[in-house]
Ligand binder design. Structure first.
Ligand SMILES: [Zn+2]
Length: 418
């Protein structure tokens, strides 16, 4: 069994407000011992000692709302237009990009085509390609006219989602996708500003029967559920039917937030705020001025979302960073901008944003599996980053991958530029 001892490092443990000096022993794919302060771990023969030269050792990042099958296009239609073969190559390139940027685990949150995410997961698990640990998702399930269905009566438009109507159609399709091997089933029980003019974020186009059918079928088969839920009624359904991954939660009312807080240990909220902030303020080059963003309702989603995330964080709900990167103005690889957004827009302390990106992300990835990741603690998977500087003092630091000279996944270095 390989063994690596990190000495002379400053440890960000994942849940603590401050870094502290220490040493960490990795044996096989796990962290087996941690010493802090002046304590030292034994230098046994056969253990490779790595002098961290004062760098920060922190848990690998977990992206809980990841679109690693997207090709940084300007619209969903442009992603859908990509043939499956090219899309598979894009997916494997993105997986490598995520690991390069310090993401050692990602949770797929809607595959651009049915089998992309699960094929990527399987190939990476076999060691055939570099990439993070992956939970593979279905394409997003939607209803006629919902987010992801742009067809008209006179013109069929291929969808990025799986379009079903009625409980029976959903049951059949969900069973098929689970047969194919997905870990997560995602559905859209809200509209979005990106589908301006059809169904807005406040609307929920799915019936109670349809949502119940998706959730019951998925949970009965032992898989996990995610929902694109801007609308208040959508968030309510997530609580009622056991949807762990609540995307956006933009228009949840105070009463719904209170209810969600009572079940806080069962849910993770991923606002994907960059798809609001960057779209409102930084997408002019693609024709989306602040005026356009206001007109389509994107700016309103930003403002309502920020207000809600502040409330949810205060109520003890796990609000997680990252999400919806993979478009032209929020390209894959720039995801760590979200940590800055959490501090500036949601009022989190920098260490709280980092906790959300590591320890909470690890809890989200593991679910009820009993797996341990996202912290520097004995027994946890050795998914680790060596970082040039203190990310608590400099929350923008992780945006520059050149300042992450060490990336280790499961006890094996992906990058080692020490
Ligand atoms: Zn998304």
């Amino acid at each position: 069994m390989s063994a690596t001892l990190f000495t002379n490092v400053t440890i960000f443990e994942g849940t603590k407000p401050k870094c502290e000096p220490g040493e960490v022993l990795v044996e096989g794919d796990r962290i087996t011992r941690v010493a802090t302060g002046r304590k030292q771990l034994p230098r046994d023969s056969g253990v490779e000692v790595i002098d961290g030269a004062g760098k920060t050792l922190m848990p690998g990042l977990v992206n809980p709302h990841c679109h690693f099958t997207y090709n940084d296009a300007v619209s969903l239609a442009d992603i859908t237009a990509l043939p499956v073969e090219e899309n598979m190559l894009v997916t494997m390139r993105n997986a490598a990009t995520y690991l390069d940027h310090g993401f050692t685990a990602v949770i797929g949150m809607a595959s651009a085509k049915p089998r992309l995410e699960l094929v990527a997961r399987n190939a990476i698990n076999k060691g055939q390609f570099p990439g993070p640990r992956i939970l593979a998702c279905t394409p997003e399930y939607t209803v006629s006219g919902g987010v992801g269905d742009d067809s008209r009566l006179d013109r069929f438009v291929p969808s990025i989602g799986l379009v079903c109507n009625g409980a029976e159609e959903f049951r059949k399709s969900v069973r098929q996708m689970i047969r194919e091997g997905v870990d997560i089933v995602k559905f859209n029980n809200a509209g979005d500003s990106f589908t301006f003019g059809k169904v807005g974020g406040e609307c929920n186009p799915m019936t109670e029967d349809e949502v119940r059918a998706i959730c019951e079928t998925t949970l009965n088969l032992g898989k996990r559920v995610a929902a694109h839920a801007h609308a208040d009624s959508g968030v309510r359904q997530c609580i009622k039917y056991g949807v762990e991954f609540i995307n956006h939660a933009t228009f949840a009312t105070d009463a719904t937030i209170e209810l969600l807080a009572k079940h806080a240990n069962k849910h993770f909220v991923t606002p994907a705020i960059a798809a609001r902030y960057n779209t409102t303020y930084e997408a002019q080059a693609w024709g989306i001025t602040e005026e356009v963003a206001t007109q389509i309702g994107n700016k309103r989603e930003l403002e309502a979302g920020c207000e809600n995330m502040q409330k949810m964080h205060k109520a003890g709900i796990r609000v997680l960073p990252f999400g919806d990167y993979g478009f032209a103005w929020i390209p894959i690889g720039t995801d760590c901008r979200d940590l800055e957004h959490m501090v500036n827009l949601f009022g989190l302390q920098p260490w709280e944003a980092l906790r959300a990106a590591t320890a909470y992300g690890g809890e989200a990835w593991a679910g009820s599996s009993g797996e341990l990741l996202g912290r520097i603690k004995a027994g946890y998977l050795a998914d680790l980053l060596l970082v040039d500087g203190d990310p608590i003092k400099e929350i923008t630091l992780l945006q520059d991958k050149n300042r992450i000279p060490g990336v280790m996944k499961g006890g094996v270095f992906h990058r080692r530029a020490l």
